[in-house]
Design a protein around this ligand. Structure first.
Ligand code: 13P
Length: 254
């Protein structure tokens, strides 16, 4: 059975004081649930070292929200995989919908970032998901398939073992309208079947697929009850330690 994996994506929120307080609170509330679920929190870049320190010896891991694929040089404003490793990051979100649709990231760029992150020993959370108009036009499967295929292009099965996929329908992100458990399960199963076709059945049974988009304490249990939902990537609710802990608990009690 796949161990649930819950990520907290803080996005562009908190400040130096509240980031540390939130991290400490998450450790206190989620700490007693080790073993049953993997947990990571992803603060803004500038607070990563302080949050790392706040996480102390807990088994909650530290993740970044993005990374650049080049290892060093003249790339003003960018952060390399090696820099993330250097300060103790284990996980990294790649291809989040806000990077795709607000910052204009392409599948090709996301593919380069995934390859670089894996080669550097980071564990990518690779995000995919359709826009509302694409769902309405019946294109969900086509869009998500394309994102998965292009994102994982040239990545061998050995390398793909580092990857967690996060299905985040864009219409569900920050809207309070989560995908129904059935809608999530349908896409998760489709992704798993695609992974089986791209790699093999064994690996498809191992790869974890998180759901993201308005996950809250009151919908987490029914979403995690779905056969192919292996955890969550949580935005808004990860900014409240009680809510995040309630979501982690729902996954731990699955
Ligand atoms: P919300 O949980 O705020 O909808 O955000 C989801 C998300 O984008 C996580 O990466």
């Amino acid at each position: 059975m796949r161990k649930p994996f819950i990520g907290g994506n803080w996005k562009m929120n908190t400040d130096s004081k509240s980031a540390v307080e939130l991290a400490k609170s998450v450790v206190q509330k989620c700490g007693p649930m080790p073993g049953k679920v993997d947990i990571c929190i992803c603060p803004p870049f500038v607070y990563l070292p302080a949050v790392k320190n706040a996480l102390g010896s807990s088994n909650i891991s530290l993740g970044a929200q993005d990374v650049y694929f080049e290892s060093k040089g003249a790339f003003t404003g960018e952060i390399s995989c090696q820099m993330l490793k250097d300060i103790g990051c284990k996980d990294v979100i790649i291809g989040h919908s806000e990077r795709r649709h607000v910052l204009g990231e392409t599948d090709e760029l996301i593919n380069k970032k995934l390859l670089a992150a894996i080669d550097a020993g980071l564990l990518p959370i690779f995000c995919v998901g359709e826009l509302l108009e694409q769902r309405k036009a019946g294109k969900t499967e086509q869009i998500v398939k394309e994102q998965v295929q292009k994102g994982l292009k040239g990545i061998t099965v050995e390398k793909a073992k580092a990857v967690t996929i996060a299905y985040e329908p864009v219409w569900a992100i920050g809207t309070g309208i989560n995908a129904s458990p059935q809608q999530a399960q349908e896409v998760h199963l489709m992704i798993r079947q695609l992974i089986a076709a791209m790699y093999n059945k064994d690996f498809a049974g191992q790869i974890r697929i998180q759901y993201g988009g308005s996950v809250k304490p009151d919908n987490a249990a029914e979403l995690i009850a779905q056969a192919d939902v292996d955890g969550f990537l949580v935005g808004g609710a990860s900014l409240k330690a009680d809510d995040f802990a309630a979501i982690v608990k729902a996954a731990a009690e699955r």
